[in-house]
Write a protein that binds this ligand. Structure first.
Ligand code: HXC
Length: 258
């Protein structure tokens, strides 16, 4: 499919999606968000894709929801259209792993979009923030919810109440990002991680994603039960037999997603 506001490229089973509205620091307007959801769903359904990387430009992953587009909206309009609900719903339904590769600003909806991915690799230039309070609104796609679960109440309150930005280093310390790398290495590092994931059994990778994500929804005892049952279910796959046989035979596993 051809897109106007994003670039999509598939290489070695990894789909690289690049947000592309440089004139507005990748501000997330409805067109971009709709195209992004469609591209993610297309990648999720494609036999050629085993992992997805989402990135922006060097200056901005995304500077938030498009303020120009939102500024004159009424309560009736945002409530009746359930503004932005589809972003959370459609991205959380993607079953293949998504890595966010963040350089520059990841603010408001941009920070929330990065948190909707499965993990975040940040360039040392990355700046995360929930500055919606400066606009007289609050976060709307997880900035008060996911961020609080990821970095704890105190830091989340600080970010959401003061609107200050976190550096990549602080974000790594707080557990928001998994690795920080020099800006020039960002795409190489994210594509390398995606490549590693693409070499695994896709069935197992999807089971990992589903199970880790359940930990945010369930009490520990239920989460442990869910994990154990999914673990048990993996023994019904050919990839479990192949993975363990390959280890014992001291060779590389040849997974077939079966
Ligand atoms: C629309 C935006 C934008 C945004 C930047 N631009 N952010 N347009 N929506 N969120 C546009 C600017 O208007 C400008 O266009 C161009 O991008 C370059 O931005 P500058 O401000 O000139 O760049 P700079 O001085 O380098 O400052 C960068 C910045 C600043 C610190 C990131 O742009 C900024 O504060 N942006 C807004 C960040 C924000 O408040 N995000 C939260 C949005 S609300 P022109 O045409 O003037 O050159 C949100 C709600 C989430 O996300 C709720 C659910 C999604």
């Amino acid at each position: 499919m051809a897109y106007e506001t994003i670039n999509v490229e598939v290489k070695d089973h990894v789909c690289l999606i690049k947000l592309n509205r440089p004139e507005a620091l990748n501000a997330l307007n409805q067109e971009l968000l709709t195209e992004l959801c469609a591209a993610l769903e297309e990648a999720d359904a494609s036999d050629k894709v085993r992992c997805i990387v989402l990135t922006g430009s060097e200056k901005a992953f995304a500077a938030g929801a498009d303020i120009k587009e939102m500024s004159s909206m009424s309560f009736t309009e945002v409530f009746s259209t359930n503004l932005f609900a589809f972003v959370n719903d459609r991205i959380t339904a993607v079953r293949k792993p998504i890595i966010a590769a963040v350089s520059g600003y990841a603010l408001g909806g941009g920070c929330e979009l990065a948190m909707l991915c499965d993990f975040i690799i940040a360039a040392d230039s990355a700046k995360f923030g929930q500055p919606e309070i400066n606009l007289g609104v609050i976060a709307g796609i997880g900035g008060t919810q996911r961020l609080t679960r990821f970095v704890g109440k105190s830091k989340s309150m600080d970010m959401n109440l003061t609107g200050r930005f976190m550096t990549a280093e602080e974000a790594e310390r707080a557990g928001l990002v998994s690795r920080v790398v020099p800006g020039k290495k960002l795409i190489e590092e994210a594509m390398g991680a995606a490549q590693k994931i693409a070499e695994k059994s896709l069935l197992t990778a999807m089971a990992v994603k589903e199970t880790v994500n359940r930990s945010y929804e369930l009490p520990l005892s239920e989460g442990m039960l869910f994990e154990r049952r999914v673990f048990h279910s993996m023994f019904a796959t050919e990839d479990q037999k192949e993975g363990m046989a390959a280890f014992l035979e001291k060779r590389e596993a040849q997974f077939r997603d079966k």
